[in-house]
Design a protein around this ligand. Structure first.
Ligand SMILES: [Zn+2]
Length: 311
């Protein structure tokens, strides 16, 4: 592997909020390349960040775009091409496609290629417990006349917590380290008491980082220290004020220091983002995220790269 050419990219399947109808929900495909997307048919490793109820349709569309043909087999989505799924939290826009992902992966193993490995499912213990017991067990809990568990479908990796033995971190290609952090999304009694997580992605070679907020309320105490050192920040946003919002409001994010805002790409937005009153997003931030465009996060490639560069 040539360490000089390694590239990490991110492609949003969609950039919409939970209830958006003009964009798919905000799920993302991270791909690690030992050379570059221009030189390889498929990445060396990859990771889905969340897979919501619009995820299967979004992926079905993405697979037909140039550079994503490794996701297709016989005209359908080839789920085993996705090695890992990381779940930030269990709202439907983040986990609603997981049942399909699990069943069609299993079918590929049984009926097409027995060498296909179970995909990795990663998440904090609190997220994974809720995911199985409260979300998936009803649909996936029985298979071929027997009761089954989450690890009948996935190789489950519990990130952090007393028994995990991994400090809440995992790597792609031994170069990109992904660390989870709790987000202040939904509260039962107090901040961080409902399981929800974001990611910081570190390039261990260059020392650079990228922040992916997941779903969070406005939380500058947690996010600004991470964002100050990052080259790029993907932050969820709620465009219109709303009482007890569980997302950061655009008006709140506009109060952040300009050097940080210039590195912030906003995602998870509602329909109606083209309204002229949201031109501030382009003027004051790095802009709105685009759906289904591959963006270089880090890595030197034969072409110049930079924040939000599309390949
Ligand atoms: Zn949520």
């Amino acid at each position: 592997m040539n360490g000089e050419l390694i590239v990490l990219t991110l492609t949003f399947l969609g950039v919409g909020s939970a209830f958006a109808k003009r964009n798919y929900q905000s799920n993302a495909l991270v791909e690690a390349w030992s050379e570059s997307p221009e030189r390889q048919d498929a990445p060396d490793d990859n990771l889905l960040i969340d897979f919501g109820s619009t995820g299967p349709l979004a992926l079905y569309q993405l697979k037909d775009l140039a550079g994503f043909s490794y996701l297709v087999r016989n005209g359908a989505i080839y789920y085993p091409a996705i090695r890992r799924v990381f779940i930030t939290h269990v709202h439907q826009d983040h986990i609603g496609g997981i049942e399909e992902f699990a069943i069609l992966n299993r079918r590929s193993r049984l009926y097409q290629d027995s060498s296909v490995e179970k995909p990795l499912l990663l998440g904090a213990p609190g997220v994974l417990d809720l995911l199985w017991e409260n979300c998936l067990k009803g649909g996936l809990g029985v298979m071929a006349n027997r009761r089954v568990a989450l690890d009948d479908y996935f190789r489950v990796v519990r990130l952090g917590g007393a028994s995990a033995g991994n400090d809440g971190k995992f790597t792609l290609l031994d170069r990109y380290e992904l660390s989870i952090f709790p987000t202040d999304h939904v509260r039962l009694n107090e901040k961080y008491d409902w399981p929800s997580y974001g990611l910081v992605i570190h390039d261990l070679q260059s020392g650079e980082s990228v922040v992916y907020s997941g779903d969070t309320r406005f939380d500058p105490e947690s996010l600004i220290p991470k964002a100050e050192h990052a080259r790029l920040i993907f932050h969820d946003v709620q465009l219109e004020p709303e009482p007890d919002s569980v997302h950061a409001l655009l008006g709140e994010l506009r109060t952040w220091p300009e050097p940080i805002r210039r590195k912030m790409v906003l995602y998870h937005f509602s329909d109606g983002w083209e309204d002229p009153k949201y031109r501030v997003v382009k003027a004051e931030f790095a802009g709105f995220a685009f759906p289904q465009r591959r963006v270089v996060l880090f890595g030197s490639s034969p072409h110049p790269s930079g924040p939000n560069r599309v390949v």
